[in-house]
Design a protein around this ligand. Structure first.
Ligand code: WT7
Length: 683
């Protein structure tokens, strides 16, 4: 969030005085919002002509109707899936637990595969894959169906059954998709762990989910280097008693250890596998996957998603938000290890019979135009990426996209953090040639699917705004007491009615689920409980949502949500560190950079070498993305009387150098003074 202040101007006054170029500031007790964007963009007539929905009036009507009866709206969308048995009841809400399409039976892999192979799509490309070294593979729906059936039988042969948890720790290869769909086919619950996470992080996620089997690969290609995934699995499994078997896909061919009896080669198991595996008839609430995400306390949260509601919303949103047509070549650049990869590389697009482009490697390998080279060669039509990537492209310069013919593109998307209007305009102009609408999609691991977004043929776009909640999504911006904010008043982003792809709980920890998401706005006699997103936002006078980012101690670095507490606990696990507090400061490229305040144990010297060592240590504990960009040694941290670190104050120190907020709860005021002086000395 921009931290600029239009000094001394009240919201009302500035609105009257200078509606066009005003930079207005609105403040509530907790949240401040800076607004100034006034431009509006509409889709071209050509785009509208073939869009699934092309009228804003119609969209507004649809939203109004769905708001009155969201359950009826989502029932209509659920009918687009192939159910083995129709549901008896669409919705049940027992605060804070929800069930959708109760009594219904279906299978997610059936939605993605079986229902296409009986149609003309059988020989349509499902996945167009490009490896980082330049190798290519195309899997038709029929080929993908065969591989998934065989691999489902492989899993069964290793004793995997319904509700068993299978960890997937892979790079961006088609086999990762095959593994996910094979789990779904037999009713096993997958737990994909991002391949950039360390052995320690993998172990924690395996143990918390009690995974029985791990699927991995020897190594993955990244910027010309091999990321040795199997080595990390070996390390993780030193203390992971639930895992009985490991399946290893050979990707780079590098030498690895294979532990007899435990480790098996993918290709060897597949050789003997039968090509037919009937999809299990699963209940709508059958657990499809667990995905770990950061929370504001140390331990990652196992977000649990189920089948019927999730598939309904990802299928609907993929079709409508990306205005997907059968001749599109759709590319979402996310990694399969994040929810974006689950919902918008695998389940949503494949359920719609789309052709999905999948790329293994880095955007700047061998050169910073790799993405544009891919777009040109494959004639990508829909491109979905993150603001952090867009900012990196901006920094690398226009010459790279300008070298390529990007005229195949017709729609652009972004997700992961607020996109600043400058980046939006660059994306619109340089990548989209002013021809492609941009869908700025707001959602979370917990929401499972897109919640707030334009429908590109219908919604007029404002750079930097995710625009309006989708039909059937009752989002709002409220004050601490739950009352709705006025136009342009900053507040908490909430959802007032459960939606189908909502996560059902935190795996193994329903108490934390209730505490984190449902206790800030609990039910009262006049209202239901609201889901609290953890984000701050405001709605403008047109009802458009402007997301301001996380308001707790979770930060967004390069589009990845990191719990600062996790980074802190990694730092504290180093023998030299007594205490640590991590906060974010805005960073042009990454969105946020991490600044760690570290108190060393008595007698330990503050050296440059130790700084490096601590950064590496965090990299090893969590993964390279969590390495603090800056480490500041200090002799104490600001704390409340109850001993809570006041990260808010540290945040102010690293962003503005000045403390404006309330410090009445601060235990030792001298600490702040010392931190500030130290800052002065360093800069
Ligand atoms: C958090 C969720 C959903 C997949 C990627 C991240 C931020 C996400 C937007 C957007 C502004 C956004 C929010 C949200 N966020 N999309 N379009 N505009 N902020 O998933 O790791 O669960 O993070 O990302 O702060 O709460 P995640």
């Amino acid at each position: 969030m921009a931290k600029k202040k239009a000094a001394g101007r009240s919201r009302k006054a500035s609105k009257k005085a200078a509606p066009k170029r005003a930079q207005q500031v609105t403040t509530t007790a907790e949240i401040e919002s800076v607004l100034r964007e006034q431009r509006v963009f509409e889709a071209s007539e050509e785009f509208k002509k073939r869009a699934h929905l092309s009228s804003f009036t119609k969209l507004k009507r649809l939203r109004r109707e769905a708001e009155k009866d969201p359950v009826a709206f989502w029932e209509r969308q659920a009918e687009a899936l192939d159910w083995f048995r129709k549901w008896d009841r669409a919705f049940e809400w027992k605060y804070p637990f929800v069930r959708w399409f109760i009594g219904g039976q279906l299978n997610a892999s059936y939605q993605c595969l079986d229902r296409h192979i009986t149609t003309w799509r059988r020989n349509k490309a499902a996945i167009v894959w490009e490896g980082e070294p330049g190798d290519q593979r195309i899997l038709t729906y029929d080929a993908l169906y065969n591989e998934v059936n065989k691999f489902a039988n492989v899993l069964k042969s290793l004793g995997i059954k319904r509700r068993d948890v299978v960890a997937i720790y892979m790079g961006m290869v088609p086999e990762a998709v095959i593994a996910m769909l094979a789990c779904a086919r037999i009713g096993a619950t997958h737990n994909v762990v991002f391949g950039g996470f360390s052995a320690e992080a993998l172990r924690e996620r395996i143990n918390d989910s009690k995974a029985k089997l791990v699927i991995t690969q020897d190594a993955a290609w990244r910027r010309g280097n091999e990321v040795r995934l199997k080595d990390a699995v070996d390390e993780a499994l030193k203390k992971a008693p639930t895992v009985k078997n490991v399946i290893v896909y050979r990707r780079t061919g590098t030498e690895i250890n294979m532990k007899m009896g435990r480790d098996h080669w993918w290709h060897e198991l597949m050789e003997g596998a039968s090509p037919v595996c009937k999809p299990e008839r699963l209940s709508s609430e059958h657990p499809l996957f667990i995905l770990y995400t950061s929370g504001s306390t140390g331990k990652p949260k196992g977000v649990l998603h189920t089948t019927g509601g999730y598939m309904t919303q990802v299928t609907y949103t993929t079709k409508m938000v990306f205005d997907l047509h059968d001749d599109d070549l759709y590319w979402c650049t996310a990694d399969i290890g994040w929810v974006t990869g689950h919902s918008y590389i695998v389940y949503g697009p494949l359920a719609n019979g789309a052709t999905v482009l999948m790329y293994e490697g880095a955007p700047n390998y061998p050169a910073p135009d790799r993405f544009w080279d891919i777009v040109e060669r494959h004639r990508v039509t829909i491109f979905y990426t993150a603001p952090t990537a867009i900012r990196a492209f901006m920094r690398w310069g226009e010459s790279y996209p300008r070298k390529h013919d990007l005229s195949s593109l017709r729609l652009l998307g972004t997700v992961g953090e607020p996109i600043n209007p400058e980046a939006w305009m660059w994306y619109y102009t340089v990548i989209g040639g002013k021809r492609c609408p941009i869908v700025d999609t707001w959602w979370q691991t917990e929401t499972g699917a897109i919640m707030i977004s334009p429908l590109p043929g219908a919604t007029p776009l404002k750079p930097g705004s995710a625009t309006l909640p989708l039909p059937g999504i009752l989002a709002d911006v409220v004050r601490s007491d739950g009352t709705s904010c006025k136009a342009n008043e900053g507040g908490y982003l909430v959802v007032k009615h459960p939606w189908p792809s909502m996560f059902r709980t935190l795996f193994g920890d329903p108490k934390r689920y209730k505490e984190v998401y449902w206790s800030k706005f609990p039910p009262t006699k006049d209202r239901n409980g609201y889901y609290f997103t953890g984000d701050g936002a405001r709605k403008d006078e047109d009802g458009y949502f402007w997301i301001m980012g996380r308001i707790d101690d979770v930060v967004n670095v390069s589009g990845h949500r990191l719990g600062t507490a996790e980074v802190e606990s990694a730092l504290v696990s180093h023998p030299s560190v007594a205490e640590a507090a991590v906060v974010a400061r805005p960073d042009e490229i990454k969105g946020n950079a991490l600044v760690a305040f570290v108190v060393l144990k008595a007698g330990v010297k503050e050296t440059e070498k130790l700084r490096q060592e601590l950064r590496e240590h965090v990299g090893k504990e969590i993964g390279p993305i969590a390495k603090p960009d800056e480490i500041r040694f200090t002799d104490a941290l600001p704390k409340t009387r109850s001993g809570k670190i006041m990260r808010r104050l540290l945040r102010e120190i690293v962003t503005s150098g000045v403390i404006r907020g309330d410090i009445t709860t601060l235990e030792d005021k001298a600490v702040i003074e010392r931190l500030r002086q130290q800052l002065g000395e360093e800069s």
